[in-house]
Design a protein around this ligand. Structure first.
Ligand code: AMP
Length: 399
């Protein structure tokens, strides 16, 4: 079965075409700068990478362009669209309606339209991708996989905010959590890799530009650090994470900024960038800190400290921890971050192995000492494969 996985952002479309026997990636790429000057597509298949320019005005034309490349003689890997058996879409916010991936129907689309108010930036481009694929490949089944779905198993006392209950009933204000497909993939993979070791209580740390931690008990998410929106929780590239809500009104008053100003302050000008004034990028911060930049050092320490605090909290929430998983651009690649986060967790039973950890980038590896009661492990995430597998399953069940 051949499945194409699509991830539509506001001005980009990431895609991967899978051959599910294997599974193997037949082609992948990204359409960039949709609706802007200088739009282009970076495409890779058969070991060849190309960048092609073109005027791409919207998601529909981006997907049309990408499909054209997939069947082209020069850069393609299939002869006909009819070879594509199903389409899997990443959808950011599924609200409370979607607890797992679903086949896209008119009813599902109506529910997604409704959930736009919960994710006004993310869900509209996701929907554009669904509409485009439906019109271009009308006979091909499509499925949606939600960033929020894995966390729908959280108990009410973990997902509710302590604000008037009527705000939950009226507006569905509660914690949803994000990166669910990644937390699900790496926790499942950890259970596969660590067969024979205890894996009942797993803490997964997805550390990238956006970052979140999840507590996974018996394969189900029971808590996670992001909330109604992806701003809560960890210190991120440009997002603030946990904050005293009183700060918002105080800053609005003192700085005379409005709602959109405060929104951009907590989403775009905070986090590692806001503290360091240098960059939101971990590599650049590590270099700046090595060169003695004090604020870069502070930003890094705040980042590591916050992750460590969450690991402690989630160990308490689950009554212990068996494994800590590192994933995402930082978790997979920064040996310094993994070490700084893990040091001081010996009291939980995590004996970190600095030698095993040193220099490891983007590969599955246990980085705790042999005999450590808690296993620390790096697992590169693979959300696209998870979406492809869900899509395959749903399509087969529907036959
Ligand atoms: P993501 O959002 O998952 O793509 O992760 C992006 C983050 O990963 C950025 O902060 C990068 O600086 C960081 N990152 C990627 N490679 C490395 C590396 N080799 N060392 C440290 N951080 C890295």
């Amino acid at each position: 079965m051949k499945i194409i996985v699509i991830n539509c952002g506001s001005s980009s479309i990431k895609y991967q075409l899978f051959d599910m026997t294997g599974p193997s990636i037949m082609a992948k790429g990204v359409v960039e700068k949709i609706g802007l000057n200088g739009s282009f597509i970076k495409h890779e298949s058969n070991g060849k990478k190309v960048t092609l320019e073109g005027e791409i005005i919207d998601h529909q034309s981006g997907i049309e362009y990408m499909l054209g490349i997939l069947i082209s003689r020069e850069h393609g890997c299939i002869e006909d669209f009819r070879e594509i058996d199903a389409v899997g879409h990443r959808v950011v916010h599924g609200g409370e309606k979607f607890k797992s991936s679903v086949l896209i129907t008119d009813e599902v689309i109506a529910m997604l339209e409704e959930s736009i108010r919960l994710a006004p930036l993310h869900n509209p481009p996701n929907l554009s991708g669904i509409y485009a694929m439906r019109s271009l490949l009308p006979d091909v089944p499509q499925a949606g996989t939600f960033d929020t779905a894995f966390h729908q198993s959280m108990p009410d006392y973990a997902y509710m905010y302590a604000i008037p209950y009527s705000l939950y009933t009226k507006y569905a204000i509660r914690r949803y959590g994000f990166h669910g497909t990644s937390h699900r993939y790496v926790s499942e993979r950890a259970r596969e890799i660590l067969q024979g070791k205890p894996v009942q209580k797993i803490i997964t740390c997805h550390l990238g530009n956006g970052a979140s931690v999840a507590a996974v008990l018996d394969g189900r998410s029971v808590d996670t650090s992001m909330g109604l929106t992806p701003v809560e929780g960890l210190v991120m590239g440009t997002r603030c994470g946990d904050l005293d809500p009183g700060i918002m009104t105080y800053v609005m008053e003192r700085e005379d900024i409005n709602r959109s100003g405060i929104n951009s302050l907590i989403n775009k000008h905070s986090g590692l960038l806001g503290i360091s004034g240098v960059s939101s990028d971990m590599r650049e911060l590590e270099t700046a800190a090595e060169q003695g930049n004090e604020r870069a050092r502070l930003a890094l320490e705040m980042f590591h400290y916050r992750v460590r605090k969450y690991i402690g909290a989630y160990a308490a929430a689950m009554g212990g921890v068996d494994a800590v998983v590192f994933t995402g651009g930082i978790g997979e690649n920064s040996d310094t971050s993994r070490y700084e986060i893990s040091k001081g967790l010996e009291f939980l039973g995590l004996e970190f192995d600095r030698e095993k950890n040193a220099g490891v980038r983007g590969q599955e590896k246990i980085i705790s000492r042999d005999g450590s009661r808690v296993t620390a492990i790096i697992i590169p995430t693979n959300e696209e494969l998870m979406i492809a597998r869900d899509t395959e399953q749903l399509t087969m069940n529907n036959k």
